[in-house]
Design a protein around this ligand. Structure first.
Ligand code: NAD
Length: 366
């Protein structure tokens, strides 16, 4: 008989150790030899409703990296969905591999795994996944959202995400500068992908001065030509004098190597998991007097969009109105952070948990 070492269940770094520390409900390992599919589905918390969060495809160098990512991202979704006032729990999936592996059979096989969870997990697009990929998954599961408009879905959620980031950035500017106007503010946007591009449009309309970086020259040229933004070398952005840093590429860009180089007064961007170590780097930002708008709070526009689609109640106007509320939520979290002298990230997590606990208690009388 296989022996299980019970001390392993809480050993730091072991799978059960990580799940225990981060408080996950479930981690699902999916494998299909025929299509080469290797995926992980993390279900963090379903108190508020089914766990909704996108599927990311990435060529992770190790299994450990993929596990860490799915656990961190699904936990972030719990807090994001809670603070956005959604009736949804937190989950996320990662598919391990080169995005070129995607095929109809591959995506439909993944859809079947999602269906096997009976609605505990609802998927959508994330990095390296498109609305057209969701269409294939939808052939095998009802628990998918973020479908193209041509298929009755709400389409690409990025414009709504960008609007929410803009709202959060304005709230953080109000806290830092006493006014939420971004006119004349120097803003460094890292990553001019879907979210970055739409965000820049709002910033340009307000008369901000924009610095942009990306790893793709062609994208930079296109955005610079369309908006008048100044292109900056990717590695130098952290050292540039700027008022606001907007990370809109990948996560963990606020880390031991970058944090001392930042001289901005505000950090507000769309990327998930911006703080490499949330406790340590959140505290350092507070000590440096940098106002940090927590990522999971201000990039919730996308999940508000796909959530409305999943529940069959999508109306663009309502979705934008709900996303606009990010301004007020962000301001109240930043005020709580100041009053309690705790990092904004911690204040946001505590507010998200408080809602989950309050709703969780409602269920006890049954
Ligand atoms: P995207 O892939 O369209 O854009 C990301 C951009 O960042 C790309 O242009 C890429 O070339 C660039 N990039 C990658 N590494 C970089 C680096 N080191 N320096 C500068 N640029 C770099 O993705 P997106 O949909 O715009 O999402 C951006 C971020 O926002 C991701 O972290 C994503 O998880 C998060 N997010 C997106 C949404 C959404 O609705 N799209 C919702 C919530 C969160």
């Amino acid at each position: 008989m296989l022996a299980i070492n019970t001390t392993d269940t809480v050993r730091e770094g072991s799978i059960f150790g990580q799940i225990t520390t981060m408080d996950h409900e479930q981690l699902v390992i999916c494998h299909d030899e025929a299509t080469g599919l290797k995926a992980l589905i993390g279900i963090h918390n379903t108190v508020l409703g089914p766990a909704l969060g996108g599927t990311r495809m990435w060529p992770y160098a190790t299994e450990e990296e993929a596990i860490k990512d799915v656990l961190r991202l699904s936990r972030g979704m719990t807090f994001k969905n809670s603070l956005a006032g959604l009736h949804l729990g937190g989950g996320k999936a990662v598919i391990i591999g080169d995005p070129r592996l995607k095929s109809e059979a591959f995506l439909r096989r993944f859809g079947r795994f999602v269906e096997s969870l009976g609605g505990r997990y609802v998927t959508a697009e994330d990095v390296n996944m498109k609305t057209s990929d969701m269409e294939y998954m939808a052939l095998e599961t009802r628990h998918v959202t973020g479908l193209p408009k041509s298929k009755g879905g709400a389409g690409d959620p990025s414009p709504v995400t960008a609007f929410g980031v803009y709202m959060g950035m304005k709230a953080a500017a109000k806290k830092a500068f006493g006014s939420d106007s971004l006119q004349g503010k120097k803003i460094g946007v890292q990553g001019v992908g879907q979210v970055g591009k739409y965000l820049i449009n709002y910033l340009v309309k307000e008369g901000a001065e924009i610095l942009i970086t990306d790893i793709f020259e062609d994208k930079l040229k296109e955005v610079a030509a369309a908006t008048g933004a100044t292109v900056v070398d990717s590695n130098l952005l952290y050292d540039m004098p700027m008022d606001i840093y907007a990370p809109c590429a990948l996560g963990a860009t606020i880390n031991d190597q970058t944090i001392d180089r930042l001289t901005c007064k505000v950090i507000a961007g769309g990327a998930n998991n911006q703080l490499e170590n949330e406790a340590k780097h959140g505290k350092i930002l507070m000590e440096k007097g940098i106002i940090y708008a927590p990522d999971f709070l201000i990039n919730a526009g996308g999940v508000i969009n796909v959530g409305a689609e999943y529940y069959g109640e999508y109306q663009e106007e309502t979705v934008f109105a709900q996303t606009e509320k990010i301004y007020d939520t962000c301001l109240s979290i930043l005020n709580a952070s100041e009053q309690q002298n705790i990092p904004a990230q911690q204040a946001a997590i505590e507010a998200a948990k408080a809602r989950i606990e309050a709703i969780g208690r409602l269920k006890l009388p049954f």
